[in-house]
Write a protein that binds this ligand. Sequence first.
Ligand SMILES: Nc1ncnc2c1ncn2[C@@H]1O[C@H](COP(=O)(O)OP(=O)(O)OP(=O)(O)O)[C@@H](O)[C@H]1O
Ligand SMILES: [Mg+2]
Length: 282
Amino acid sequence: MLKVQKKHAEKEYGESQTKEKTLDNSKMNQPEINSLLDLRNLSVYYGNHQAVKNVSMPIEKNKVTAFIGPSGCGKSTLLRTINRMNDQIPIAHYDGEINYDGVNILNQDIDVVALRKEVGMVFQEPNPFPKPIRKNITHALKFMGMNKLNMNEIVETSLQQAALWDEIKDRLDDSALSLSGGQQQRLCIARALALQPNVLLLDEPTSALDPISSAKVEDLVMELKQHYTIAIVTHNMEQAARISDNTAFLYNGDLIEFGNTSDLFTNPKEKRTEDYISGKFS
Ligand SMILES: Nc1ncnc2c1ncn2[C@@H]1O[C@H](COP(=O)(O)OP(=O)(O)OP(=O)(O)O)[C@@H](O)[C@H]1O
Ligand SMILES: [Mg+2]
């Protein structure tokens, strides 16, 4: 529950509905699942161009949900909407709802800074601050008003969680820009984890990485899902099949198919899904 929104939600939905909810998935032929986020009729536009079209699907708690689909089909747009990063694009606007633990986070009165603390995001290109490694984490904490915490402890814990600590513990005061691309990406994941989010949004986090760094990030995602709810965009079908529990296939802004990953990859219901996962178009 977004702390700033608790009262609002209780008023709007009633206390009982602000508790953890499950979604009726009968229409999707899915077993009932424990969703943390529910996208309901979500549409996202850039001016007149509709990039995401009426998408409804759950994002299951403590699971990995993969978003796949050809370039330009709306994956990043959809992900950025979940923590309101699209608000920074003046022509972007949306319809529908994203319910997060009982609160529609598309409401205009949502505290987006608090939202982004709970719903962290890591982008395709590693974007560390041009500061020492340690300060990449402490700066993020201070920015979020978390300066009373034990900084050294959080630096160590989050770097350990991101499987980076052993590699860089002796050079915490070196510039983050001196790290390799794979290390920078794991630092960005550590920075997001330091804020103790509930949800991690990962937009192609391994596309700029070599196979060894990619494997480390994949292992990390598998490890993290015990404590976090993860949504990941990937162009790598093997990666989606390996690390995700549920998969959403988007095409031209439409959600073509959503379901359990192994079902979707072994027995897709839609011809377009089958064509895409078998490499007939990209
Ligand atoms: N800032 C923006 N302004 C205008 N249009 C945008 C903007 N960002 C994305 N779009 C358009 O929205 C559509 C979806 O783009 P998006 O970046 O979400 O696709 P994607 O599935 O993430 O693609 P890729 O796999 O190439 O990253 C595209 O037609 C794109 O041109
Ligand atoms: Mg993208």
